[in-house]
Design a protein around this ligand. Structure first.
Ligand code: FES
Length: 117
């Protein structure tokens, strides 16, 4: 089972294939997912400190390019399939939100089209 380390919050075992945004949330970090996990809002952004996946969804690539964001990944567009260490960059605790956003589905949405990073 892969280990997920969240900076400032410790390390947990995560079922292989768990959506990263849900794994972070389940670890007790109220990471943003203001679009409900559809790759549209970028509030689930993380910095990958170690174990960054080599592939990315087309939706993530398009959103990061459109928003001119570099050096981050969208946790709703990733699954935990290896040991990873991340920093959650937008959380309820540091944003003017009352909640993190609508519940993301268990699987990546939209249906992933995988690209090399
Ligand atoms: S981009 Fe909105 S939750 Fe990931």
């Amino acid at each position: 089972m892969p280990k997920l380390t969240i900076e400032g919050h410790g390390t947990a075992d995560v079922q292989t294939g768990t959506r990263l945004v849900l794994a972070i949330r389940d670890s007790g970090v109220e990471i943003g997912h203001r679009c409900g996990g559809f790759g549209k809002c970028t509030t689930c952004r993380v910095e990958c400190l170690d174990g960054e996946p080599n592939r990315m969804t087309e939706a993530e690539r398009e959103k990061l390019d459109a928003a001119e964001l570099e050096g981050i990944r969208l946790a709703c567009q990733l699954t935990v399939d290896r040991d990873m260490s991340v920093r959650a960059l937008m959380t309820v605790g540091d944003q003017p939100w009352e909640d993190p956003g609508p519940q993301p589905a268990e699987t990546i949405e939209p249906e992933p089209v995988w690209l090399d990073r």
